[in-house]
Design a protein around this ligand. Structure first.
Ligand code: UD1
Length: 312
């Protein structure tokens, strides 16, 4: 029996969950990853205690035996990125919706204890009020936002009709070590880190006054472990942010200050499907899950920048 299974466990967020599980005493963790965007190097320090199953969540027959009997499945495997879902909607639909269905179905058929699902703050879209509260009507603005919302709905329905325990965590722009900065679809802070270390100009889409509740990856991993243990939360959805918000202009100013350089950003046209402002109300996650983020934005940025420096 596999106690803990992490889909996408070789990825940026998944590998952080794997490390947290092992640090908290798990003997072994099983990772399901197709290594499309995940990398075995992300598991380097813990490789001996990880069983890596190279499989795609679109392949039910491949993943079902791995998930069978698991105590907790952390479902992180996805094709992220709002713009990527606009330019490549088919693979993103297949992985994010059909793949998630396969994971839930495997959990149901295999009697897994709980599925903790990586949902997304993008599901809110542009709300009239900030911060964003779980009870607000979702208004997805992109295929990605919709796909992540469907996964949540599926989780709640599997909890209600099949009794599979599920918890969805709406991540708010996760950043930190191991986020891959090599693609135009990469998270904005990873691209900012690369730019500041290479002394090149980052591109800001729009006026840079859009804001995000950037959340440090270790805080997200910690929240996942709490969601795995919490009682009376099945079928529920929680915000996994910090509760603050930072504009892109502010983030770039801070990064220049930390690095001691002055580099003006380039500005490009606003991006399709972009949400203007994002900020989590964390009341429910604090109350029900014991959510307790530890990293201020500046502390997270400093730690992340140091990691990117070591990778050069
Ligand atoms: C969205 C979701 C987030 C999800 C992520 C997955 C929202 C509020 N958040 O993040 O929950 O996990 O997708 O990928 O929808 N930008 C630049 N220059 C760049 C790259 C990006 O200015 O080179 C801008 C974007 O236009 C956007 C912001 O930075 O305004 C953040 O972009 P990105 O890091 O891609 O994340 P979101 O799309 O916000």
């Amino acid at each position: 029996m596999n106690q803990y299974v992490v889909t996408g466990g070789a990825g940026f967020i998944g590998s952080a969950i794997v490390r947290s599980l092992l640090a908290e005493g798990a003997g072994k963790v099983v990772v399901i990853d197709n290594l499309l965007s995940g990398r075995e190097e992300n598991l380097e320090e813990v490789r001996a205690r990880v069983e890596l199953v190279r499989a795609d969540i679109r392949d039910y027959e491949a993943i079902a035996p791995v998930i069978r009997g698991a105590a907790v499945v952390f479902h992180e495997a996805a094709i992220p990125s709002v713009p990527r879902s606009i330019t490549e909607p088919i693979p993103s639909h297949d992985v994010n919706i059909n793949g998630t269905f396969n994971v839930l179905r495997a959990a149901k058929e295999g009697g897994a204890g709980r599925v903790v699902y990586a949902a997304s703050s993008s599901a809110y879209g542009d709300t009239e009020v900030l911060p964003k509260v779980e009870g607000m009507a979702p208004r997805p603005k992109s295929p990605y936002a919709l796909q992540k919302l469907v996964g949540e709905y599926y989780g709640t329905v599997f909890a209600d009709v099949y009794g599979v325990e599920t918890v969805s965590l709406r991540y708010f722009n996760v950043y930190g070590p191991r986020q891959d900065p090599s693609s135009p679809y990469s998270g904005v802070l990873s691209l900012f880190m690369k730019a500041v270390l290479e002394r090149t100009q980052p591109t800001i889409f729009g006026d840079g006054e859009q804001s995000r509740d950037f959340t440090y990856v270790e805080d997200v991993a910690g929240l996942n472990l709490k969601a795995a243990r919490a009682k009376n939360v099945s079928g529920k959805v929680y915000n996994g942010g910090n509760g603050g918000r930072i504009t892109l202009n502010q983030a770039w100013v801070l990064l220049q200050k930390i690095e001691g350089v002055e580099i003006a950003a380039k500005y490009g046209p606003p991006r399709a499907g972009d949400v203007r402002d994002s900020q989590a109300d964390t009341t429910l996650a604090v109350r029900d899950l014991g959510h307790a983020p530890r990293f201020t934005f500046e502390a997270g940025m400093r730690a992340t920048l140091e990691w990117y420096r070591t990778q050069r």
